[in-house]
Design a protein around this ligand. Structure first.
Ligand code: SF4
Length: 364
């Protein structure tokens, strides 16, 4: 049985969390619909043909599941631009990392181009939420696509904030490295605000990766270095990386405030994981600790969604990462009393509802 419960969503509570929030609006996605399951009371228990009682499993959705304000904003930008543009509207790259969102926008006539060469001269073009390197803006300009003509930038303000932090750290004399994914557009975009392809990117927090970074610093005689993180990385992973770096360097990696009011540390790190990511990770962790099985919904390329599934698995709970309700399998819930559902920041509410509906269908 499922009942709706009001959640804190991305509201005021998020402002008190550490990490970054929107510089434009102070953060603030609209409240995300959450469902909280209640254990069906005995009087509602179903009778099997043999008149034995069957306890129905509960289904609960993790707090803050679904769209963050940055994703919602990017979609609104694309829809708004398309509605006002009499011609074809292009989006460079995946606007957000969710196939369902992309399909819905394609149905509205928006064309997604992975290659700039496939965007016609002067075409109305939207840049994705993950942020772009300067090379993209220059390539667009060569096609006559600029912000004063036909370019709309849907980069999330919190990604722009990371770019600005990285640039300021660089200007303060730091060799800036990124904790992120090599092939993720956000890390690629941020790297071009530092040293381009030469920017050091640390993919994993384990000791081997930490050691390789320390060797890079020593090998290049780098006396001042700072880390920023891709906004969607694991909070726990970033902490583990810093712990490992400090273990290898006798505690030299110090926290540098996001405000950059103190850049005196020779080696440091800035917490640039965004608050919506943190809230989704903590919501998933809280739920995973009390259920028997987790279903996490997210796009194939969604970094933040995959981190949620990873977190649940690390807590030892059986976890299934899916993109649609059609992938739900009845066998996952056999003998399970508590089912948890979580979704990343780029997963639409309708998809969450469909998955919950499918789970109800197979367990009832
Ligand atoms: S996950 Fe964070 S950085 Fe990414 S779009 Fe959402 S709010 Fe912005």
């Amino acid at each position: 049985m499922i009942r709706k419960a009001g959640g804190k969503g991305d509201g005021p509570a998020r402002k008190q969390a550490s990490g970054i929030h929107c510089v434009d609006c102070g953060e603030l996605p609209s409240p995300i619909t959450k469902a909280k399951a209640s254990r069906r009371p005995p009087s509602e228990a179903r009778h099997s043909p043999s008149m034995q009682f069957t306890i129905m499993p509960t289904i609960e959705i993790a707090k803050n599941s679904g769209f963050c304000f940055g994703v919602r904003r990017a979609i609104d930008v694309a829809k708004d631009v398309a509605s006002k543009n009499p011609g074809t509207t292009y989006v460079y790259g995946q606007l957000v990392h969710n196939e369902r969102v992309i399909e819905d926008l394609e149905r509205q006539g928006i064309v997604f181009a992975e290659d700039i060469n496939n965007i016609p001269e002067g075409a109305t073009t939207v840049l994705r939420a993950h942020g772009e390197p300067g090379t993209t803006y220059r390539a667009m300009k060569e096609k006559g696509i600029t912000s004063s003509t036909s370019l709309k930038d849907a980069t999330c303000p919190l990604v722009t904030l990371v770019h600005n932090v990285a640039i300021k750290l660089k200007n303060a004399g730091y060799d800036v490295a990124i904790f992120g994914k090599h092939d993720h557009p956000e890390s690629i975009g941020t790297s071009y605000h530092i040293k381009g392809k030469d920017t050091y990117i640390i993919e994993k927090p384990d000791m081997d990766h930490a050691r390789a970074f320390v060797e890079y610093l020593k090998g290049n005689n780098i006396k001042k270095a700072a880390l920023v993180s891709q906004t969607t990385m694991s909070v726990y992973g970033y902490k583990k990386l810093i712990d490992n770096l400090n273990q290898l360097t006798n505690g030299t990696f110090r926290n540098i405030p996001l405000s950059l009011t103190d850049v005196s540390a020779d080696y440091g790190y800035v917490d640039t994981i965004c608050n919506p990511t943190k809230q989704r990770q903590s919501g998933t962790e809280e739920l995973a600790r009390k259920v028997d099985v987790m279903v996490v919904i997210g796009g194939v390329h969604s970094s933040n969604s995959k981190e949620l599934a990873q977190k649940a698995r690390e807590l030892g709970v059986e976890t299934h990462y899916i993109q649609s309700a059609a992938q739900v399998e009845k066998g996952w819930f056999a003998g399970k009393e508590r089912i948890g559902v979580s979704a990343g920041a780029s997963t639409p509410d309708v998809l969450i509802e469909e998955v919950v509906g499918k789970i109800k269908e197979v367990v009832l």
